[in-house]
Design a protein around this ligand. Sequence first.
Ligand code: NAD
Length: 260
Amino acid sequence: KLQGKRALVTGSTSGIGLAVAKALASEGASIMLNGFGDADEIEAIRAEIEELADAPALHDGADLSDPEQIDAMVGRCTSELGSPHILVNNAGIQHVAPVAEFPVDKWDAIMAVNLSAVFHTTRLCLPAMRQKGFGRIINIASAHSLVASPNKSAYVAAKHGVAGFSKTVALEAATDDVTVNCISPGYVWTPLVEAQIPDTMKARDMTRDEVMNDVLLKAQPTKRFVTVEEVASLAVYLSGDDAKSITGANLSMDGGWTAQ
Ligand code: NAD
């Protein structure tokens, strides 16, 4: 379905981004991967994705907190793969702490990776999408783009920012056959969620089980984690022709969380 399409997926060496990259590749898209990790593991991922797509896959290790590295990554994608038809802004980081004690460097890093990087990739990829008359910008936001939880001020602020940014660009690109949407998952079982359990245990003086059931899944009426494959499947749908009238939407996939 996506043969001949090229997709840049940020933060695609792990979790949701990896699942999205695999799903787009399975539909035939060539992929520019991005994200950190062990070089051998990344090469194994790249080779697997190339095989799934039967089309080239590359990896660029750009640190998305640095606009110059983002510029170089988009440039490399354009020269080595071709300018992307599909941009999935997925890379994201988290830090959990009360606002008065929130480390300033963590605030700055979360803003840079979770919000400013979305601006940079978008401004760099949009002109070529307009020229091609086809573009799909898919921003992996969060239920936290719609509602808040305590101790996540930077993340919630950045994700609300992504939601507003997406709506704005959707309007600017509305007549260019470029759609811009957010997918807003609730809790998805990935390394990002696993990594915040110890901090939440400390911040709330809770055991691991209490954090899982009373904090994480407390807000999620379905009482189960969303899977990365579910998110990837929606990203594939949004990338296709059938989704051309969906733009400026913030699509919740949160087990009913934000219905409450
Ligand atoms: P993850 O930690 O499993 O993966 C994050 C990816 O981003 C990795 O590939 C990592 O290398 C990359 N990354 C991190 N910092 C980077 C940087 N500075 N430059 C380049 N790459 C960087 O996380 P995940 O759970 O798969 O989350 C992916 C996205 O989904 C994030 O934006 C997150 O906020 C969002 N999200 C996750 C959940 C969840 O429950 N897991 C829920 C809602 C939204």
